[in-house]
Design a protein around this ligand. Structure first.
Ligand code: SME
Length: 137
């Protein structure tokens, strides 16, 4: 069933799977738009817990993707001025928006402790993952 608890369990398993299978995926999580507020709320994730459970639209890499509706690949987080650090070990980040019926309702966010690891293959793969996730939301 697609009830909320079951969806959350499945997304947590998905995050754990991605983190385990891809060696440069250090932290994998979903953020979703928080009701009608102009902010993102942390959803299921795998990796170290983050203090950033709420991110206003426009803030950080995640908040920028909430308004741009575009993938954001960051090869070097230290070169970003609008960036929210979750761990001092993180070197790179990729955020891919998640669309349901054409609407940007959230995103998958992946941090890497490896510098510049993300390729277009990650982008295409994560777009595919998000399309599949949208089907159960
Ligand atoms: N680095 C993100 C914040 C979320 S953490 O990576 C889990 C950002 O700049 O939006």
């Amino acid at each position: 069933a697609n009830d909320k608890a079951s969806v959350e369990d499945r997304l947590t398993s998905l995050c754990e799977l991605l983190k385990a299978e891809v060696d440069y995926y250090t932290w994998v999580g979903f953020y979703f738009k928080n009701g009608d507020k102009n902010e993102l709320k942390l959803g299921p994730f795998a990796g170290e817990p983050t203090d950033h459970t709420i991110i206003p639209f426009g803030k950080g890499i995640c908040g920028q993707v909430a308004v741009s509706n575009k993938n954001f690949v960051v090869p070097d987080v230290s070169a970003q001025d609008n960036y929210i650090a979750c761990s001092i070990h993180v070197k790179a980040e990729i955020v891919v928006p998640l669309f349901k019926n054409g609407e940007n309702i959230g995103q998958i966010d992946i941090d890497s402790n490896v510098p510049d690891p993300f390729t277009e293959e990650d982008e295409r793969f994560l777009e595919f993952v998000n399309e599949k996730v949208a089907e159960i939301l």
